[in-house]
Design a protein around this ligand. Sequence first.
Ligand SMILES: C[S@@+](CC[C@H](N)C(=O)[O-])C[C@H]1O[C@@H](n2cnc3c(N)ncnc32)[C@H](O)[C@@H]1O
Length: 310
Amino acid sequence: MSVVRSYTQRRVGPWHRLKEVLKLYQMHVHDVPCQVRELLADVANTRRSIEALLGGELVDKRVLEIGPGQKLKTATILAHRNCVTAIDLDFVARDYHVGDYMRMLRDNGAVRAGKTLARKVLGIDRVFERELLRALEIDEAPQIQLLRMDAAKMAFDASMFDCVVSFSVFEHLRRPAAVLDEVKRVLFPGGVACVYVHLFTSETGAHDVRVLSGQRDGIPYWAHLRPEHRHLVRPNSYLNEVRLGDWRALFDSHWPGARFELFREPHLQGELARVRQLGGLANYEDDELLSSVLAVLWKKPPTAPHGLQV
Ligand SMILES: C[S@@+](CC[C@H](N)C(=O)[O-])C[C@H]1O[C@@H](n2cnc3c(N)ncnc32)[C@H](O)[C@@H]1O
């Protein structure tokens, strides 16, 4: 029996699952070149922020990605010029032989394995990977060391990585504090961690595929935070529901000196004003409702020659 639990743990009926898969399909196949361009631009921004803190290029570095997901998008980009290790709670396959699917079914559960199989059968991941490699001007996907591991309990020695990155994973963690400690331990002194958290209190924070895909089926804005509408929402994965203030406090206490940046969604201002007029969302700050992502950057203090941290 598997000891590591997949993060897709919610009970949803087969009809809703089918609708969810169709919506995901539409999202995945929509303008792949544009998706790749946006991804490359996002990673280029992230790279610049990391390099500014590292004090040098993010090239030939030992990089750890936590929770790369089945498509290995960011890992592939970073592995083009670095030595990347990627750990995920789920089994992530690269070659997709029959044995890989059997293992996926056993380790990741029927829902996640089914979604991955559907994407492979429909050729969605292949199209995306081909476009990504074309944009990177390489013929073959670069080497990535893929390991199934819980980020809260890593099997690595201390100080093994120059850089740790993670995108849209922390909101799914059952023990975020333990993960922050682990990242601190496995980072080399002077190394940099970069984490993007999709905020639960953001409009899309419930991870309901209908809202994520923009086809909301009449779901009211921020329905997951409004008791009268909460029953309409179907999150597609486990969420720890940590709020912005608590994230800041948690990062500050584990990674002193961490820098924060919020990615705002100003186009939602009008919707928020309408909900507030009706007396809704009174217990939430504008910042946490109008920001989709919290980006956190931290440099582990370098060690002085005599072994003390400076
Ligand atoms: C929403 S997906 C994000 C995938 C990818 N980073 C992206 O941006 O598309 C979250 C991933 O985090 C992984 N995950 C969740 N909890 C984890 C943990 N404790 N340790 C390692 N991976 C975890 C899940 O299995 C899943 O692949």
